[in-house]
Design a protein around this ligand. Sequence first.
Ligand code: 3PG
Length: 339
Amino acid sequence: KSSSPSAAEAKSEAAKSVKIGIYFATWWALNVVFNIYNKKVLNAYPYPWLTSTLSLACGSLMMLVSWATKIAEPPKINLEFWKALFPVAVAHTIGHVAATVSMSKVAVSFTHIIKSGEPAFSVIVSRFLLGERFPPAVYLSLVPIIGGCGLAALTELNFNMTGLGKDYFLYLCFMRLMSTISLKPSTLFSSFMGAMISNLAFVFRNIFSKKGMKGKSISGMNYYACLSMLSLLILTPFAIAVEGPHMWAAGWKEVVSEIGPQFIWWVAAQSIFYHLYNQVSYMSLDEISPLTFSVGNTMKRISVIVSSIIIFRTPVQPINALGAAIAILGTFLYSQAKA
Ligand code: 3PG
């Protein structure tokens, strides 16, 4: 066997890279739309336990219909599969609801800054739980990725500004900044903790999902579908206990009178895009390591920030652009260190 890869191997490697590139681009683009509608919904209707449950319910329904109509091939799974999936679904449920609660309390950018630390959680969990070590260059490359993303997110991401004049927009940014500063420390702390819990839970989820998919006939898409269904069963009773139909109904009356029936479409968009972006992210997790997944998830936040700058004309400081550039450079260094 020759030591250099054959032309066929090199070709299949290149094809794999292109495929992963397409998955990443799709994952990030779908996530941008999710972020827009998620914040619009939470601003108007601050019931994160319900909206988290609806996202899972919508995804589960979409997949059940896809299986029934043979748009997607249903997986061949047994009770053992569901048992093994249970802890992964617990982690997915916790990570999802914690992030949504965090985003419901403060500006989205705050949650994104904290969540940019996910790769650090991934290496720590891999090291202490699985005894997995990475070359020093890999650890070092995470510093610019996390730091750069944190700097880039140090701006107000507000997705409701279309059509407003610039002065009014700046005024709103100022007011938002003031209200963030004057938030009760307990609100800031719970938002911070929500994002940190989400980081940890998603790292467990990613590592055990990867193990669950490895060598099995189930695809990333179907694995995520089953994960959604089981998470929905886990989350529903907690959502009812924490918020419950009385709160939801009262909030609903208010939101319908303020925004009108179009609010339903915001919820639908938020839920559909939540499922789609996660589904595509699982299609990539099937092909990459949990650490590369977390790096991709952090870089996704750069795409959210950049798109909010382009679409919503979010005013940015040079420090934000510098942060994005540092994070992108860090990702390049990571890919080199991994290779
Ligand atoms: C969620 O609800 O799962 C979060 O809003 C998104 O978290 P992520 O950006 O890590 O996917």
